[in-house]
Design a binder for this molecule. Structure first.
Ligand code: GLU
Length: 445
């Protein structure tokens, strides 16, 4: 039998200075410990001990030359967390705060998220402490080349398939794929999020945001509600926030806010035109990491240095970073009448925030279910690459929709409480865990 406190104490001892990984692991273990303790097969297979240990961690030096001809050194990583149900799959994050602990938390989350998609993908994550802010296009190119010159040894279309994440978008995937092709002399689906002219899938750029809204739409329906007229805030202004703003608007909501590290924007007219959406992409690719210029361009209000969660809304979506919404933010949102709290970023809410929403009976949905549409569409990109075909946007969108509905159903099935409410955290964790755990038992140790 597993004891939660003893298990977590041992995990902390083994993984010092990795608080994000410990936080992610605790959330999953808390959800699944009863399922494990009631299943002799899982106990005999020491499933929890095995599932928290990455299969492989690769760390390497990345050297590149900046525009002043100075040598720069960064650290590159790939965490190949779990391949029980398919090749490792998960993004690459470039951000100055990236540590091994960050990527272990993301790789762990990815394992259960990918399992939820119903597609055969294992979990992995990688990246670097390279900071794209303020870098020139040429510097990004040189960094990506150097990074791939080492990473190519460990990845492959049936081994490990990286994609984008924070700081890694279409441009970076292009530079990385260009170098992979140069070295390996092959056109394969080794990365996803590729450009439309060289193997990418339609709808992949929009998929994380779109999928999040398809999931939320199901939550609203279950509560006899809809997007119509809902006032919505979104944190971030990058790829995920962009897709979310578009689809929420199309479904009838009014998106009034987006944010950046410099503060947040309030646009009472709604962030609801192709011009405004296109400008979000422009802001992201400017590499300045600020949202303020939006206010000037569209005559909106800019609130410097504050978090977007102080704004009263019906639905709050975290679309930026881990732990971006804490217990105090949650309490303020609740006081201001928030009706739904939807985590789109990976582990966007602290445990205190989740507890506050759940205590107030505000439906809270976790990132690993809500944002799974991104990696699911990466899975669809892999299928298209494997059959050397390209599907229509309608076909990809339809499959994305079906996958999100299936994830929602799985969360409800596994997360239904005695009082009829749904604990989406528990539901997502148990549903994601079962498939991986069963596969690990069947494959032997
Ligand atoms: N980085 C994204 C995620 O957190 C996408 C991963 C992928 O497409 O492989 O799921």
């Amino acid at each position: 039998m597993y004891n939660l406190d003893e298990f977590m104490a041992e995990l902390e001892r083994k993984n010092p200075a990795q608080p994000e990984f410990i936080q992610a692991a605790r959330e999953v273990i808390e959800s699944v410990i009863d399922v494990v303790n009631n299943n002799p097969k899982y106990l005999a297979n020491k499933i929890l001990d095995r599932i928290v240990e990455p299969e492989r961690v690769i760390e390497f030096r990345v050297e590149w030359e900046d525009d002043n001809h100075q040598i720069q050194v960064n650290r590159g990583y790939r965490v190949q967390f779990n391949s029980a149900i398919g090749p490792y799959k998960g993004g690459l994050r470039f951000s100055k705060n990236v540590t091994l602990g960050t990527l272990k938390f993301l790789g762990f989350e990815q394992t259960f998220k990918n399992s939820l998609t119903t597609l055969p993908m294992g979990g992995g994550k990688g990246g670097s402490d390279f900071d794209p802010v303020g870098k020139s296009d040429n510097e990004i190119l040189r960094f990506c080349r150097s990074f791939m010159t080492e990473l190519y040894k460990y990845i492959g279309p049936d081994t490990d398939v990286p994609a984008g994440d924070l700081g890694v978008g279409g441009r970076e995937i292009g530079y990385l794929y260009g170098q992979y092709k140069r070295i390996r002399q092959e056109n394969t689906g080794v990365l996803t999020g590729k450009g439309q002219n060289w193997g990418g899938s339609l709808i992949r750029p929009e998929a994380t945001g779109f999928g999040a809204m398809y999931f939320t739409n199901e939550v609203l329906k279950l509560n006899g509600d809809s997007f119509e007229g809902k006032r919505v805030s979104i944190s971030g202004f990058g790829n995920v926030a962009w897709g979310a703003a578009m689809k929420a608007s199309q479904l009838g909501a009014k998106v009034v806010a987006i944010s950046g590290p410099d503060g947040y924007i309030v646009d009472e007219n709604g962030i609801n035109t192709p011009e405004k959406w296109a400008y979000m992409l422009e802001l992201r690719s400017s590499n300045k990491n600020v949202v303020a210029p939006y206010a000037e361009k569209f005559g909106a209000k800019f609130v410097p240095g504050r978090k977007v969660w102080e704004l009263p809304v019906d639905i709050a979506f975290t679309c930026a970073l881990q732990n971006e919404l804490n217990g105090d933010d949650a309490k303020l949102l609740i006081k201001n009448g928030v009706k739904y709290a939807i985590e789109v970023s990976n582990m966007g809410c602290t445990p205190e925030a989740i507890a506050a929403f759940q205590a107030a009976k505000i439906p809270f949905c976790p990132g690993k279910a809500v944002n799974a549409g991104g990696v699911a569409t990466s899975g669809l990109e892999m299928s298209q690459n494997a059959e050397h075909l390209k599907w229509s946007a309608e076909e990809v969108d339809k499959q994305l929709h079906t996958i999100m509905k299936n994830i929602f159903d799985a969360c409800v099935r596994e997360g239904k409480e005695a009082d009829g409410t749904v604990n989406y955290v528990k539901g997502a964790n148990i549903a994601g865990f079962r498939k991986v755990a069963d596969a690990m038992c069947e494959l032997g140790y």
